[in-house]
Design a protein around this ligand. Structure first.
Ligand SMILES: NC(=O)C1=CN([C@@H]2O[C@H](COP(=O)(O)OP(=O)(O)OC[C@H]3O[C@@H](n4cnc5c(N)ncnc54)[C@H](O)[C@@H]3O)[C@@H](O)[C@H]2O)[C@@H](O)CC1
Ligand SMILES: Nc1ncnc2c1ncn2[C@@H]1O[C@H](COP(=O)(O)OP(=O)(O)O)[C@@H](O)[C@H]1O
Ligand SMILES: [K+]
Length: 508
């Protein structure tokens, strides 16, 4: 699903008005009308007290349209206008005059703290104070209103975006009116998926307000949300007359004394993602451990006998190499990595300590083959690209890094974002149960295994992140968040594949 920027949303409005020859107020009527229907379908005329807080821009105008519809249909509504500014948008004024002409239930003005109404926990709050137009922090009395509503514990439906949250920047000392649900117009907003904005959002839904299809189909967005529909299109079906050689050979270079689990998890994940063959390259001591934990995985070891890898040399021609999990940061391993990178020609997926070693020896970055996949978690990313002032700057810096080294950056987080050639692929699977040791090692194995099967590195990264999260989502139905372990993500990978096509087969 495309994620439009603020400028693109305003352009989509304009395109719709032109294509349909309608004034902008019609679009507000439509958006507010659909939002009313959304509420009405759920409320079914229940006698709940609805308090609608409107700003003085178009988000406020939407609120006035929602209020009028609710009042006309017999709901108990109090409408407030939060007077954060003396200026009013034209369509806000249009919506106000239609409301005033059609009902005697007129809005009340809130000009300061003295005007704050009492809010009961059983009230339903509709937040239409600020939408995508917010471009600086709200006045402190308005922020106090946000907190006043937050403290009430009432159900809050935010229209378009939660008030107080800018969609293209992190505002200083941001105070956000915390929504129970965000009903967002036409396109989810990128900020919902970034840690600093997303932490305020439990749940969001897109409301299709019928913006111009031609515009929506043709606009190229920087970001897109990856869900089942997108993942399904990437899937490569298997052919009947295939054999293990058809699905590639993955080499996993991982593990050290006390960290052999990382090699096992990555190797098993590569296998379960479908790689035809998997070999692990690890320390000598790791041989019996690997062989008993995963008989399907072949093992090649360092000829030395230390706790950490001292040499990375093998007589194999893998299609792809996943390197890093559990390697440790020993000087000998750093030298081994350097020597390995100097002569390596295989496609690479780099994670964990391999990334940390690259951060400590920046010149090694120049040795990476084009389209290498790097999968840092936030700390590893910071070591690679330096710190950032907010999530938007983090993305810009990641983009510059990816451009410079022609690599694919997989920014692991609650919503992992794959960054490549100026585009952001935002994952929409996964859950907090996956915040458990080893789940990153599993992701490395999955992406490696997909590249072995001839997924191009970008598709392997996007699809792999999707499958990893989906396997975790299916697994928690059996384990709960706390009970989920990284190994179970591997066990449920097959289910994640099946789930891609589950709906079609159920319909049959
Ligand atoms: N395509 C769509 O998504 C549509 C969007 N509409 C609504 O229009 C909204 C955007 O409306 P606006 O552009 O009027 O913006 P908002 O209603 O979000 O904000 C109101 C205005 O306040 C000013 N402002 C910004 N920060 C401020 C601050 N801290 N203190 C005081 N004033 C501040 C800005 O000039 C801004 O235009 C959307 O969020 C949505 O609710 C609909 O009405 C129609 C279609
Ligand atoms: N709260 C969360 N929601 C969704 N996914 C998560 C969450 N926490 C962690 N993950 C996922 O789990 C993985 C953790 O990776 P990482 O931190 O490298 O773990 P490890 O080093 O233990 O293997 C990443 O893919 C990340 O996206
Ligand atoms: K809002």
């Amino acid at each position: 699903m495309k994620i439009l920027s603020k400028e693109q949303i305003y352009a989509a409005d304009k395109a719709t008005e032109q294509a349909e020859h309608i004034p902008s107020f019609n679009l507000m009527e439509r958006a507010g009308g659909y939002a009313y229907h959304y509420l009405h379908q759920r409320l079914q005329n229940q006698p709940v007290n609805i308090k609608i807080f409107c700003g003085t821009g178009n988000n406020g105008g939407d609120g006035l349209v929602i209020a009028r519809n609710l009042i006309e249909n017999g709901y108990s509504v109090v409408t407030y206008i939060v007077n954060y500014s003396e200026s009013r948008s034209t369509d806000f004024l249009n919506a106000l005059s239609v409301l005033k002409n059609s009902t005697k239930n007129w809005p009340q003005l809130i000009k300061s703290e003295n005007d704050f109404p009492e809010i009961q926990p059983e009230d339903l709050i509709v937040d239409c104070i600020f939408g995508i137009g917010l471009n600086r922090p709200a006045d402190s009395w308005v922020q106090k209103l946000f907190n006043h509503i937050n403290e009430s514990r009432a159900y809050v439906l935010a229209i378009d975006v939660p008030s107080g949250m800018a969609i293209d920047q992190l505002l200083k000392d941001e105070v956000v009116l915390k929504p129970t649900v965000v009903l967002t117009f036409q396109t989810p907003k990128l900020v919902f998926f970034l840690p600093q904005g997303g932490k305020h959002i439990n749940s969001w839904e897109v409301l299709d307000i019928g913006l111009d299809r031609n515009y929506l189909n043709s606009v190229e967005t920087k970001a897109q949300l990856i869900g089942k529909a997108e993942a399904k299109q990437m899937y490569k079906p298997r052919s009947k007359f295939s054999h293990k050689g058809t699905y590639g050979h993955s080499l996993i270079i991982a593990g050290s004394y006390g960290k052999m689990g990382a090699a096992i998890l990555s190797g098993k994940a590569a296998l379960s993602s479908g790689s035809g063959l998997v070999t692990a390259y690890t320390t000598r001591q790791g041989m019996p451990i690997m062989q008993s934990a995963a008989p399907e995985i072949m093992v090649v070891t360092d000829r030395h006998n230390g706790d950490f890898l001292e040499e990375i040399k093998f007589d194999l021609q893998p299609d792809v190499i996943g390197i890093g999990p559990g390697l440790g940061m020993a000087k000998t391993t750093q030298d081994a990595l350097k020597n390995f990178l100097k002569q390596n020609e295989s496609q690479l997926v780099l994670d964990a300590d391999a990334l940390n070693m690259l951060s400590e020896n920046n010149d090694l970055l120049e040795l990476l083959p084009q389209f290498s996949v790097l999968t840092p978690h936030p700390k590893e990313l910071e070591r690679l690209i330096g710190s950032w002032s907010d999530d938007f700057e983090k993305l810009k810096k990641a983009e510059a890094f990816s451009d410079k080294y022609k690599c694919i950056l997989v920014l692991k987080d609650a919503h992992t974002i794959v960054v490549f050639e100026g585009k952001y692929y935002v994952n929409n699977t996964g859950n907090p149960g996956m915040a458990t040791g080893g789940s990153g090692d599993v992701l490395t194995g999955i992406i490696t295994g997909l590249i072995a099967q001839q997924y191009d590195p970008l598709s392997a990264s996007i699809f792999g992140v999707y499958l990893h999260g989906r396997a975790g989502d299916i697994a928690i139905n059996h384990t709960g968040y706390e009970g989920l372990t990284a190994g179970m993500i591997v066990e449920f990978l097959g289910q994640a594949y099946l789930d891609l096509f589950a709906q079609e087969s159920e319909k049959k």
